[in-house]
Design a binder for this molecule. Structure first.
Ligand code: ME8
Length: 504
């Protein structure tokens, strides 16, 4: 089956931080997870290069616009490449292919009378690039995400009507309970649909915003950034020119944080409906990483954790694992270098420790030979069957935040359980008693085979660590979503360097 996974396209007004790294890592984890099940995945990410926010940053930089955008976009690409994220397409919305699709959609809606011109006055938050209602603001009249008062903007603009589709969208959400996951966000969107929807202002006059795609039917205006940016999801797939469009679109997943729920789950399905495309199959929504000050980490607020600094400290894979393992399903999650170090230590003490202690035991006492000829006790078998069936059931699940978190949590839980099993059985005592040699081999084989199952499951989260653990047990096949106990055959182990060395 073909699947299409997207991340938001990120604004180029600052350097990428952990929040941007997170959603893009999540997409990469899901790509690998699905590939292990035999699915063909197209994963897209990129940068959102128009609008007032980017324009102001460009003006502040003093650079020509093309140089500024190229340089800023490259920061994201460099980070994603450094993290070895295996995206298939990196879109820059300043590219001609994207602009062409945006203009086509606009012209089509305009020709059908679905876009109208009128005067408007509203409260505009530049951080969100959205008009706000008074009810969207906090008790001090500030945008809750950006902690800034929106500006009153009054101008003539083009509008796209949302209200005629409100009931349809409500019905769609109710009849597709897994369209938006986790379910609390579906409830939040239904809440947004309780009141009549304002017309969506889809243009900006050039005298205020010059950085944007010119409207095909009025050269005094550029396209509203969200109307332009959302279309990236279909321009990437070359909508209208690609015979494969539907096979990807019918299994499509938008990953996003809750800050951009409304554009993705209200504006976008209505825009798609107007041009005759079904909604994306699933919206996978996550909460925020909370930085210093207890508020959402954001470029505008300057309270960010720099992923490059974390990678310098501990490498890419422990960062990947930490982020997937520690995001709450419905809550925001704190992050700091101190917390990341704690997470690293836990990984070293569970998975890292498990691998080293069992491999060293085999190396020292069995001349490095895996004791595959041993028959296991019913309890040992039950332990292996439990791990195999736990991972089998996780791998049957669809792409969802809950699935990724459950996978990482289960890797930790299984590693900890195995460490306890190993410690309780005291193989270092058994090995000294000739009559207990059979039991020694059973314990070692059970631990090794369980470690093999954990390493396979680990692949989407830490691909290199997974391969390295498997290779240390002479397992050289690429991991697939097959969790069958007692498949570890005889062979020579190697004791590698520790996966998670002491950080100092
Ligand atoms: O909104 N915690 O771009 P953006 C978790 N260009 N995730 C976070 C985060 C945090 N503290 N901060 C950012 C835009 N993110 C638009 C999107 S899509 C058609 C257009 C991640 O640069 C998360 O995925 O503000 C969030 O939705 C996205 O970055 C916002 O990135």
């Amino acid at each position: 089956m073909k699947k299409y996974i997207t991340t938001p396209i990120y604004y180029t007004n600052g350097a990428p931080h952990i929040g941007h790294a997170y959603t893009t890592i999540l997409a990469d984890v899901f790509k690998k997870f699905e590939q292990m099940k035999g699915n063909e995945v197209f994963f897209s990410t990129g940068t959102d290069e128009h609008g007032q926010k980017n324009q102001h940053s460009c003006e502040a930089s003093g650079l020509p616009i093309d140089t500024f955008l190229a340089q800023q976009s490259q920061l994201f690409k460099d980070l994603f490449d450094r993290m070895e994220l295996n995206y298939d397409h990196f879109i820059r919305t300043s590219c001609d292919d994207h602009k062409k699709v945006v203009r086509r959609v606009l012209q089509d809606l305009y020709d059908r009378g679905l876009i109208i011109k009128k005067s408007y006055e509203g409260l505009y938050c530049e951080g969100c690039e959205q008009f706000k209602k008074k009810t969207d603001l906090d008790e001090n009249g500030l945008c809750p995400d950006h902690k800034k008062a929106p500006k009153v903007v009054s101008e003539e603009n083009y509008f796209f009507r949302l209200e005629p589709h409100r009931q349809w969208l409500k019905d769609y959400i109710i009849s597709h309970p897994d369209w938006i996951t986790p379910a609390n966000y579906a409830k939040e969107v239904l809440g947004m649909l309780e009141e009549p929807l304002d017309d969506l202002c889809i243009s900006r006059p050039k005298n205020r915003v010059w950085l944007g795609i010119e409207l095909p039917f009025d050269s005094d205006f550029v396209t509203y950034i969200w109307f332009d940016a959302l279309i990236n999801y279909i321009s990437i797939l070359k909508w209208g020119e690609n015979a494969d469009f539907n096979s990807y679109w019918q299994n499509s997943y938008h990953l996003l944080a809750k800050d951009i729920l409304k554009p993705h789950c209200v504006y976008w399905p209505i825009m798609l409906k107007a041009i005759g495309i079904d909604p994306v199959k699933h919206c996978v929504v996550h909460g925020y990483w909370i930085g210093e000050g207890g508020v959402k980490m954001s470029k505008s607020l300057g309270n960010v954790v720099d992923p490059n600094e974390v990678i310098d400290l501990m490498g890419v894979e422990p960062l990947r694992f930490y982020l997937i393992n520690n995001m709450g399903v419905t809550s925001d999650s704190p992050i700091s270098i101190g917390l990341l170090k704690q997470g690293y230590k836990q990984l070293a003490n569970s998975l890292g420790n498990l691998q080293m202690r069992v491999l060293k035991m085999v190396d020292k006492n069995l001349a490095g030979q895996i004791p595959a000829d041993v028959s296991l006790t019913a309890d040992d078998e039950a332990l292996l069957q439990k791990i195999a069936s736990d991972f089998t059931s996780i791998y049957k699940k669809d792409i969802a935040l809950e699935t990724a978190i459950e996978l990482a949590n289960k890797v930790m839980e299984s590693s900890n359980a195995l460490n306890t099993y190993f410690a309780n059985n005291e193989p270092w005592v058994l090995v000294k008693v000739p009559a207990q040699m059979e039991r020694f081999k059973q314990v070692v084989y059970t631990t090794l085979d369980a470690l093999r199952l954990i390493a396979i499951a680990l692949y989407p989260l830490m691909p290199k660590a997974s391969e390295s653990i498997l290779q240390s047990m002479a397992v050289n096949q690429k991991p697939t979503a097959q969790f069958v106990a007692k498949q570890l055959s005889s062979g020579q182990i190697t004791v590698p360097q520790p996966l998670f060395p002491f950080l100092g």
